[in-house]
Ligand binder design. Structure first.
Ligand SMILES: [Zn+2]
Length: 324
């Protein structure tokens, strides 16, 4: 494959004037490129031509799950350019497969809780010369089943005052910025682990009623912990937030690269600072009950391409790669 493929920043405006930004998926260099999906007729024609081999880790997933996609380009022409992998409007950060097979790449996809169940597709687009090509891999999305939980917390965390609301808006904007501007390269080396030794006592996706009036869906999993218990990072990466947040209390967020983040909330103490590189299992703080919490515990959250996913499922997906 021509190495110049990876050093080009190109913009292609589609007929609808929409612009899709993507990433170079073939080498993981993170060079921005763009492409548009071919019109249906062109895609139909392309199916008869040479396509990359697309492998998905499951044929069916639930909302809130993650999916591993692997792309094998080894049989494709070396003149392939501008490859883009996407699921809906989610652009997938691909990285070289950890077994270091040349021209085989992997990426993680997050299935949002709000995704409509039913047939779905991972789309791959690329170009050779001036011709656009596209292919896809189908899978099925099932609606997850979630329980309902009633919790009593500080009333201020259910009915925030105007100053709190301003703070919440500011923090939400900051979090969005963090979750959409992480490292493009994979930063984890040897898979993921659970962050604390306590048992899980709060599943992902539970519909929650706080003080009988505010309903939300649990965006992570809770682990039983005592104040002061050490909290470990699930995988290696870089600390991208370590401070007090209105709902999360003392929180640490780790950027694992390639669109993957994990968060650790309600800590009594934070033991890392922004920009610090951490290795899998490093102590990043101590368990506590800060923020919107009913008592000491760890809330473990995960995002993939800014989509909240079940961190336990993410851990299993990451570990499918058996990264060393
Ligand atoms: Zn929680």
């Amino acid at each position: 494959m021509n190495s110049s493929v990876f050093t080009i920043y190109r913009r292609v405006r589609c007929k609808g004037s929409a612009l899709l930004k993507g990433l170079c998926v073939l080498c993981g260099c993170g060079i921005l490129s763009t492409a548009f999906w071919p019109q249906p007729a062109a895609a139909q024609q392309d199916r008869a031509e040479l396509s990359p081999r697309i492998m998905l880790s499951a044929s069916a997933v639930e909302t809130g799950d993650t999916l591993l996609v692997q792309l094998d380009w080894r049989h494709m022409p070396t003149s392939v350019r501008d490859p883009i992998v996407s699921f809906g409007d989610q652009l997938i950060h691909m990285f070289p497969h950890p077994d270091e097979t040349r021209r085989v790449y992997a990426g993680v996809i997050g299935i949002a809780l709000s995704t409509r169940p039913g047939p779905a597709k991972i789309r791959v687009a690329w170009s050779v010369g001036t011709k656009q090509h596209a292919s896809s891999a189908a899978f099925n999305i099932r609606q997850g089943t979630y329980g309902v939980e009633t919790l009593r917390v500080d009333p201020r965390h259910v009915r925030p005052n105007p100053d709190d609301l301003e703070r919440i808006r500011r923090e939400q904007a900051e979090l969005k910025e963090i979750y959409t501007s992480g490292s493009l390269a994979r930063l984890w080396q040897d898979g993921f682990r659970v962050p604390v030794s306590g048992e899980m006592n709060g599943p992902f996706g539970t519909r929650r009623l706080f003080n009988g009036e505010l309903q939300s869906q649990h965006s992570g999993v809770d682990f039983r912990a005592q104040t002061g218990d050490p909290i470990h990072t699930a995988g290696s990466g870089v600390v991208c937030l370590a401070r007090d947040l209105f709902y999360s209390g003392n929180a640490v967020i780790i950027d694992h690269g390639a669109g993957v983040f994990t968060s650790y909330s309600h800590l009594s103490r934070m033991a890392v600072s922004v920009g610090q590189r951490v290795e899998k299992g490093a102590v990043i703080g101590l368990a506590g009950a800060t923020g919107r919490a009913t008592g000491p515990h760890l809330h473990w959250g995960a995002k993939v391409n800014n989509v909240s996913v079940n961190p336990l499922t993410l851990m299993r997906t990451i570990n499918l790669l058996n990264v060393r």
